[in-house]
Design a protein around this ligand. Structure first.
Ligand code: ADP
Ligand code: MG
Length: 293
């Protein structure tokens, strides 16, 4: 590789908001045929808002919001932040939490007002034998059919509320996916979120392949599995739970709006949180390679 060509490529990259780790990165851009996209924070804004509160019979909305909001206030997860913000808007300042634990990819637990509270996926509550009553299960299913995220809340040993949080697809994502296809890449949506939400988002942006309900630690295995099938894989993520997968990918692209660990694990950093820049980056890298060869 001639240093001049690389310099041109990377300089132009910097202009577009793309940081390239090293020259070896360019080579892999030619062979990639699959692009795995993390859903939350990458395809979507990751900025969710609390849109609905459903409670079991005899439970007050205010109580549910106070307990769940207090617990989520201690978490940095975008879903948690939306719930804490939404709760605070509706009920005012939130109580403190004791014994807070984050259960990665599932939810959170802790003690609020002397009560053991769980907030997260129904799978997490079910581990504690807290099953949603039928009306709440139906509210959850209805929200998910609309592509929203339903979060279960349990305390005093029972599942007692469902909070509905909605994320929005970035305005640039559908166009970006069209461009990535134009570069010969098959897009795959990867998420820890449930299948219904994942499919609704995928349909909105034009992705056919969806791999949902993947725990953070298993995202790297999805990339390995695709590689095992002979795919050469690029992965775009924001690093909340996907740094290992970014590192495993043949080409890792970190959203600059994501975490430092993602940026460290990746070959390319997209400084703006715009997925179209992923297509720009691959196009630019291939072109730069063309001028070197
Ligand atoms: P993604 O793969 O979309 O980035 P995560 O792996 O971080 O999502 O989380 C997977 C799922 O676990 C979320 O969609 C949510 O249902 C649940 N979850 C994780 N953390 C929390 C939390 N703090 N509060 C509520 N739900 C959570
Ligand atoms: Mg994520």
């Amino acid at each position: 590789a001639t240093p001049t060509a690389l310099l041109v490529g990377t300089g132009r990259g910097a202009q577009l908001g793309i940081l390239i780790k090293g020259p070896e990165v360019l080579e892999s851009t030619r062979r990639i045929d699959t692009i795995v996209l993390d859903k939350t924070g990458t395809v979507t804004t990751g900025k969710m808002a609390l849109v609905d509160v459903h409670v079991a019979d005899g439970v007050g909305q205010e109580e549910a919001l106070r307990l769940a909001g207090a617990l989520e206030n201690a978490s940095e997860h975008p879903i948690a932040q939306a719930i804490a913000r939404g709760a605070e808007e509706r009920v005012g300042s939130l109580p403190a939490v004791d014994d807070f634990t984050n259960i990665e990819g599932l939810g959170v637990q802790g003690v609020v007002d002397g009560r053991a509270v769980l907030v997260g996926r129904t799978a997490l509550l079910e581990e504690w034998s807290q099953h949603l009553p039928p009306a709440l299960a139906e509210a959850k299913a209805a929200a998910e059919r609309q592509g929203k995220t339903a979060v279960a809340v349990g305390w005093d040993g029972r599942a007692r509320a469902v909070l509905v949080v909605a994320d929005t697809v970035k305005s640039t994502s559908a166009e970006a996916i069209g461009q990535l296809r134009g570069l010969g890449l098959t897009p795959v949506l990867l998420t820890g979120d449930n299948e219904a939400v994942a499919k609704a988002v995928a349909a909105e942006v034009g992705i056919e392949q969806v791999i949902a309900e993947v725990l953070p630690k298993d995202k790297v295995d999805v990339v390995k599995r695709l590689q095992g099938e002979g795919k050469v894989v690029a992965m775009v993520g924001d690093g909340i739970n996907d740094a290992a997968a970014l590192a495993q990918a043949d080409l890792g692209l970190a959203m600059g709006t994501g975490t430092d660990v993602a940026i460290e694990a990746s070959d390319l950093t997209l400084v703006r949180g715009d997925l179209r820049v992923a297509a720009d980056a691959i196009r630019l890298a291939r072109r730069t390679l063309g001028t070197i060869k």
